[in-house]
Write a protein that binds this ligand. Structure first.
Ligand code: PEP
Ligand code: MN
Length: 288
């Protein structure tokens, strides 16, 4: 295959994740939407699942305002062992309930090889978090699954390390990998992380895999999220992973960066106006 178009790009070719393997770009079918096509796919919900009321209220709202996937952590990778660690299997059951009620597919993190089977039972998309990006045994395990994997970039990982890690999942035979830029560590301390918008065109050039942006972890502040979400559409990302909470001030995890329901509704309106300018669309329910 002629790969001349890659020769002015730094880095090497990637055996499985590389653009030369599939020039068209991978599209991942979620039933309700396809990631990597013309639709800009929004995945939204709380950082952590806290209660039935919290998850269901958020699920109903984001679903009725155009989110195609509900996010929510049941196993949370917290910096301190004394912080809320998640509701674990009880949280997974609540995700199932939210999906049963609204029909929205769900994405949730799996942190440990010993949890893959359990999380796989409940999740439509398995999330591998930033802290696990180079947990190679975990990558091999989710590589054996036949469900999509939302694979977040490590907070201190180069693009090269990231794509090589993605190859671990692909190498297991799981071709449904969705990349996600979630901000990297830099010298800058005014934001939680530095959202690396460069990564989007670079990943799109080097790889055929779809790429999402997570502006919540990428900035750390809800007031910054809409601006960077709008940038995500313009820069060519295939969608968004965004934290939304029905009461951000009371959130047990990442409240400061979580959009309120009203902010989410406004954002979806903005994004749906921007998307056509870059030949994408957002599929908003007619009632909105
Ligand atoms: C999350 O999505 O809630 C999360 C923990 O993200 P990251 O792995 O990017 O820190
Ligand atoms: Mn979070």
């Amino acid at each position: 295959m002629n790969c001349d178009f890659l020769t002015d790009t730094p880095g090497k070719l990637y055996k499985l994740a590389g653009r030369q393997v599939r020039t068209e770009g991978t599209k991942i079918d979620l039933g309700v939407a396809r990631v990597g096509g013309d639709e800009f796919v929004v995945m939204a919900g709380p950082c952590a699942i806290e209660s039935e009321e919290q998850l269901l209220a958020t699920a109903r709202f984001v679903h009725s305002h155009g989110a195609k996937v509900l996010r929510g952590g049941a196993f949370k990778p917290r910096t301190s062992p004394f912080s809320f660690q998640g509701l674990e299997e009880e949280g997974l059951k609540l995700l199932r309930k939210a999906r049963q009620e609204t029909g929205i597919p769900v994405v949730t993190e799996v942190m440990d090889t010993r949890q893959v089977e359990l999380v796989h039972e409940y999740a439509d998309i398995l999330q591998v978090g930033s802290r696990s990006m180079q947990n190679f045994p975990l990558l091999k395990e989710v590589g054996k699954c036949r469900k999509p994997v939302l694979f977040k970039r490590g907070m201190a990982a180069s693009i090269d390390e990231y794509l090589l890690a993605a190859e671990y999942i692909l190498n297991g035979g799981n071709e449904q990998v969705i990349l996600c830029e979630r901000g990297i560590r830099t010298f800058e301390t005014s934001t939680r992380n530095t959202l690396d918008l460069n990564a989007i065109p670079m990943l799109k050039r080097l790889s055929h895999l779809p790429v999402l942006i997570d502006p919540s972890h990428g900035t750390g502040y809800s007031w910054m999220v809409p601006a960077m979400a709008r940038a995500a559409v313009a820069v060519g990302a295939d969608g968004l992973l965004v934290e939304v909470h029905y009461k951000p001030d009371e959130a047990l995890c990442d409240g400061v960066q979580s959009l309120s329901l009203d902010m989410f509704a406004d954002l979806m309106q903005d994004l749906s106006r921007i998307a056509p300018a870059v030949e994408r669309y957002i599929d908003l329910p007619v009632s909105v």
